[in-house]
Design a protein around this ligand. Structure first.
Ligand code: HEC
Ligand code: HEC
Ligand code: HEC
Ligand code: HEC
Ligand code: HEC
Ligand code: HEC
Length: 311
């Protein structure tokens, strides 16, 4: 056994076995000692039951729910419902855990953006969290009540960020695979470096993931993007290089605040394999702009368009 392996094993064995109590800074899901460092939180060896469940809601006579309520919650959760449970750790109280509820301060540009409003409040700048009733998804005839678990598998998945392999709204025809590589892997202490666009190499699948609810916004058919140029909706997964109506020369020049693109075959951006995706223009959770849009220069929508079109 190599010294490194031994050290890793010792770290696992030495990790405290007690679940943390309400009021104490949560750390288990991200602890570097919890399984392999390359594994994402809440998945495989890093799925720590006591992060989210409590068996009796009692430890030393005190409740174990994060809100301190002594009545146990359904499904043995440590909060009243699943989305409140996620937000107990992911709403900014702990600087080492990525915050998804605005305002976000742990990093300047969180990859997923943020939910501008709390639970049950309408949000014109992104997805509405826990709306009082299901809302229609643009591009589809279906309606959804958006919760964290509408997109993330609470017990982890093999997808990037534990995204659901079978999101609601997706046709039951096989898994939706979202592949994004990270330059720096999360270790429980480096959230500001990990959950930021500069750390990510988007490969494939995000368009299909979003499309599971926004049916007509992705796909090469007459009712979707159109089969080819001239397009009917903005095309996805089309390479900038070689596209007659995109400007690869401009894209490959010096650009400030370059938007995200998929880079399916190499690790370089800008380069010839770069292709436009939903996350070139939108944040997944929400942003400070209408429709969860990204304004590349921070001021104007067209600054995003101009990076690839330079009209
Ligand atoms: C990140 C939070 C989280 C972690 C960690 C977690 N769970 Fe869960 N678990 C949930 C949520 C949320 C639900 C769903 C509650 C609902 O359906 O309303 C759930 C549901 C369950 C259920 C009932 C429904 C089902 O899916 O079978 C079982 C059993 C369960 N969890 C066991 C576990 C075990 C065992 C572990 C540790 C190996 C674990 N959970 C870790 C959040 C978590
Ligand atoms: C589980 C279904 C579901 C998935 C998956 C989903 N959406 Fe949505 N989306 C909705 C629903 C429902 C609405 C309308 C209600 C609302 O705004 O929350 C919506 C609204 C939006 C809006 C408009 C927001 C606004 O401010 O009015 C944008 C933009 C959007 N989604 C983009 C995306 C992107 C990008 C993805 C993939 C990262 C995605 N959606 C994944 C269901 C989904
Ligand atoms: C509409 C789908 C959707 C919903 C709803 C959603 N997420 Fe996400 N989430 C994503 C996607 C897609 C990413 C990857 C974003 C990226 O890399 O651009 C992500 C990223 C994250 C991250 C990593 C941090 C970041 O900014 O990239 C965390 C943590 C997270 N989500 C937690 C949550 C929690 C907690 C909730 C509920 C409060 C939630 N998500 C609701 C789709 C969703
Ligand atoms: C007990 C605190 C806690 C709870 C509750 C919790 N999380 Fe987390 N979550 C963490 C920590 C810690 C990390 C890892 C931070 C790191 O390593 O950078 C994390 C990471 C994540 C990530 C990024 C995973 C990755 O490595 O790419 C997602 C997505 C996420 N959580 C979603 C959720 C969702 C959805 C829920 C509710 C079902 C939830 N979390 C509940 C503490 C928590
Ligand atoms: C080239 C930039 C761009 C790309 C790529 C893009 N969008 Fe959009 N999206 C926009 C703009 C701009 C709007 C504002 C409305 C409009 O112009 O149609 C918008 C609006 C939306 C809305 C709100 C529609 C409504 O009726 O309120 C949803 C949902 C949405 N986009 C989802 C997606 C999804 C899903 C993808 C990937 C499959 C995607 N978008 C790719 C720029 C983009
Ligand atoms: C990351 C690069 C990228 C960004 C950002 C981007 N586009 Fe595009 N856009 C493309 C590519 C690639 C095509 C496909 C061009 C082709 O087939 O010749 C395209 C196609 C188009 C077309 C259709 C052209 C046709 O031939 O039918 C229009 C119009 C367009 N984009 C407008 C916009 C607008 C408006 C924005 C900003 C909201 C935007 N684009 C942002 C890359 C981008």
């Amino acid at each position: 056994m190599s010294a490194l392996l031994l050290a890793a094993l010792m770290a696992v064995l030495a990790a405290p076995q007690d679940p943390f109590r309400a009021g104490r800074a949560p750390r288990r899901a991200g602890g570097a000692g919890e399984g392999r460092a390359t594994e994402q939180a809440h998945h495989g060896e890093r799925l720590v039951c006591s992060d989210c469940h409590t068996v009796h809601n009692s430890r030393g006579g005190q409740p174990m729910r994060f809100d301190g309520v002594s009545m146990p919650a359904p499904v043995l959760l440590r909060e009243a419902n699943p989305t409140q449970l996620c937000l107990a750790c992911h709403s900014g109280s702990y600087p080492l855990i990525p915050d998804v509820l605005g305002p976000v301060s742990y990093t300047a540009d969180p990859a997923g953006g943020w939910f501008a409003q709390g639970l049950g409040l309408p949000n014109a700048h992104g997805h509405d969290l826990s709306p009082p009733s299901a809302l229609a998804a643009p591009g589809s005839t279906e309606s959804f009540t958006i919760e964290c678990a509408s997109c993330h598998d609470v017990h982890g998945s093999s997808n990037y960020r534990n995204l659901l392999l079978d999101p609601p709204g997706s046709a039951d025809d096989g898994d939706v695979r979202v592949v994004v590589d990270q330059i720096i892997a999360p270790n429980g202490a480096n959230a500001a470096q990990v959950y930021t666009p500069a750390n990510l190499l988007d490969r494939s699948g995000m368009g299909e993931f979003c499309n599971s609810c926004h049916d007509n916004f992705h796909g090469r058919s007459a009712s979707e993007e159109g089969a080819q140029r001239p397009w009917l909706r903005h095309p996805q997964e089309v390479a900038i290089a070689g596209a007659p109506h995109a400007d690869f020369g401009h894209w490959s020049g010096p650009i400030v605040n370059r938007v995200r693109v998929e880079t399916p075959t190499d690790d370089l951006v800008p380069s010839v394999d770069d292709r436009v995706s939903c996350l070139s223009c939108h944040k997944a959770h929400g942003s400070s702009r209408p429709d969860s849009l990204i304004y590349a220069d921070g001021l104007r929508r067209r600054s995003t368009c101009q990076q690839c079109h330079d009209q």
